[in-house]
Design a protein around this ligand. Structure first.
Ligand code: SF4
Ligand code: SF4
Length: 224
């Protein structure tokens, strides 16, 4: 088995639901020496989605943060594993992938790495969507200079005619335009309207992840 296959098996054994390999060369000047991205997808437990449906947001966020904690541990272990092979590696944890709170954009978005690794696409909702779990996923990544064969990127939405998330959005923040990798985020979602609504809800002890829970493919995952 190749070094790359062994690495993938190792990451899957740690509990990752999907692993893919992407060319991220030149996407972020901070990580210029690490041209390969390993995308890590962790499915959220079905019970976590149920919490959103029941509007138990406090419990939902606890569960979501547990998933992020799990991904952080996996990416650090992956970093150590790759370094033990003699390559450089960098676990791109949330702490290290700083988010510009005005633009609501991280240095190297996990969604970009994941679409380039062919693990899914950006839904109408601007969330990352997988065929297996819908948008009920958390994302992580490791960057490395380890030579890796890249997976085939996904460059166009596979949402087809579905508009479930658009219809479920309480503030009409989701545009009809379907994603492709030539568009900007503003073309598919009004992030300010969404962000303002979420903050308002948060202050009331609530939240909004309706576009995630009502995604057609999230629903299919729940019913499996
Ligand atoms: S999080 Fe809520 S407000 Fe924002 S796009 Fe999704 S459904 Fe709309
Ligand atoms: S609900 Fe439908 S349109 Fe929205 S992200 Fe999911 S599959 Fe795509």
């Amino acid at each position: 088995m190749s070094e790359q296959e062994n690495l993938k098996n190792y990451l899957m054994k740690l509990g990752t639901s999907k692993v893919g390999f992407a060319d991220v060369d030149g996407l972020a000047k901070q990580f210029i020496d690490l041209p390969n991205g390993i995308s890590l997808v962790l499915k959220l437990p079905k019970e976590t989605i149920q919490l959103v449906k029941n509007e138990e947001y406090e419990e939902y966020w606890k569960s979501f943060h547990r998933a992020i904690g799990q991904l952080t541990k996996i990416s650090h272990k992956g970093e150590r594993y790759i370094k033990s092979l003699g390559y450089d590696a960098f676990a791109l944890t949330m702490k290290r992938n700083e988010c510009d709170m005005e633009k609501l954009l991280s240095i190297l978005p996990y969604k970009t790495i994941a679409t380039k690794a062919g693990l899914g696409w950006i839904g109408r909702s601007a969330l990352f969507v997988t065929p297996e779990y819908g948008s009920a996923v958390a994302l992580g990544a490791i960057l490395t200079d380890m030579p890796l064969e890249h997976d085939m990127p996904i460059t166009d939405s596979e949402c087809d005619d579905c508009t479930n998330c658009q219809e479920a959005c309480p503030v009409g923040a989701i545009n009809p335009q379907k994603w492709n990798d030539r568009l900007n985020r503003d073309d598919i979602i009004d992030i300010e309207t969404c962000g303002e609504y979420i903050i308002e809800q948060y202050k009331a002890g609530l939240g909004c992840t309706k576009c995630m829970s009502e995604c057609k493919l999230t629903q299919e995952y729940l019913n499996k």
